[in-house]
Write a protein of this length. Structure first.
Length: 382
């Protein structure tokens, strides 16, 4: 869903005369359900099985992708696109919650970094492949909506993997749903008040390694004189593969050093990449080179994020706890996408990249200061 929107739909909109800033606002809007999903995460922990949630949410997501492809990519249809994007991404949140809970219960502590790497390899790899395939199909099939139909079928078929995944035990439930929910919230609070939990929450909220510029690569491709085929190949299939490799490397790296430190280090590499791209010539070759370098580093940061969260949450109400962190992490992605679009409108491509880099570096400084200020002893338990 994310790749189809940020690569295929974004490119088609800009080619139809929609401004980069408006495209950025649409992409940022898609993050709203992901920002607030922790509010309904307890439903996944306390009601149906994780596999049932995955299957039902996956089917609704597939329908949402199809609907997004049916709506013409034109300025006058933007309100309909907003509605389709909202419904689709609400469904995606439930799909993600089921995946995260299954992962938390089926991962040993010493493998949390690697599990995070593989998890995000599927996430970012699917985003790149889905976006690139969506744009290529939209350019080459008789009707643009056919691309959405193909991607919708591919999304629905992902549910086949459920046959090979053990269902974790359900949380002990009281006969009164309110008491069950209260137990989930107590579990969440126990994590949030620990030093590890505080730093994990902070590192998720700060604009470190957001990868927000990747949401606009297809929208700003003209600044580098990149053709539609280059955009489809580089931001799609190649980005998917490179992101997946970065996720695996980042996951293994997070298992070999302090996980929060590794995440901050990956964020620093992303800021350096953005500055280098801003200084490089505006050619198609440079576009392809730096988009792929950025994609590799984005894989590092996403794997590092998942490792930080898995380390902090433990078991229990895994979907609720994971999604508190994930919701906070989507806030900087959303607002940095808007800020990047604003920077492009005012200062061009270099302004987009340099704005992201400066804000990212500021986030790292804030995190380091808070980490040094917090006591290393454990916070008192309830």
């Amino acid at each position: 869903m994310g790749g189809y929107l940020t690569v295929a739909i974004a490119y088609l909109l800009t080619q139809a005369g929609v401004g980069v800033e408006e495209v950025a606002e649409l992409v940022a809007f898609s993050y709203i359900p992901h920002t607030w999903k922790f509010l309904w995460a307890p439903v996944v922990d306390t009601t149906l099985s994780r596999k049932t949630w995955y299957l039902s949410a996956g089917l609704v997501s597939a329908v949402g992708i199809f609907a997004t492809g049916v709506i013409p990519a034109e300025h006058r249809f933007l309100p309909l696109l907003y509605a389709a994007v909202l419904v689709s991404n609400v469904a995606v949140t439930f799909l993600a919650m089921a995946s995260e809970s299954l992962m938390a219960y089926n991962t040993r502590p010493d493998q949390q970094g690697r599990a995070g790497g593989w998890f995000q390899a599927g996430n970012l790899g699917g985003m790149g492949l889905g976006g690139g395939a969506g744009l290529w199909l939209a350019q080459n099939l008789a009707e643009p909506w056919m691309a959405g139909a193909v991607l919708a079928v591919a999304c629905a078929l992902c549910a086949v993997a459920l046959l090979f995944v053990p269902e974790p035990p359900r949380i002990a439930r009281s006969s009164h749903y309110g008491r069950t929910l209260l137990a989930v919230l107590r579990d969440l609070w126990s994590v949030a008040r620990s030093r590890t939990g505080i730093l994990a929450l902070l590192i998720c909220f700060l604009p470190i390694g957001t990868g927000a510029a990747s949401n606009l690569w297809s929208a700003v491709a003209d600044d580098w004189h990149a053709s539609a085929d280059t955009v489809a190949l580089v931001t799609g299939a190649l980005t998917g593969v490179v992101c997946a490799i970065g996720c695996l490397v980042g996951g293994y790296g997070s298992d070999r050093m302090d996980r929060k430190t590794s995440y901050a280090l990956y964020g620093l590499l992303m800021a350096i990449c953005a500055v280098a791209m801003a200084l490089a010539p505006r050619t198609e070759a440079m576009y392809a080179t730096f988009v792929l370098i950025y994609a590799f580093i984005q894989g590092l940061t996403y794997a590092g994020f998942t490792a930080v969260v898995l380390e902090a949450i433990g078991l229990g109400a895994a979907a609720t706890k994971y999604n508190l962190f994930a919701s906070l992490s989507n806030m900087p992605i959303a607002y940095m996408t808007v800020v990047d679009g604003w920077g492009h409108t005012r200062w061009g491509a270099a302004g987009l990249l340099e704005t992201e880099a400066v804000i990212g570096l500021a986030g790292i400084v804030v995190f380091a200061a808070v980490a040094m200020a917090l006591p290393r002893r454990a916070m008192p338990a309830l």
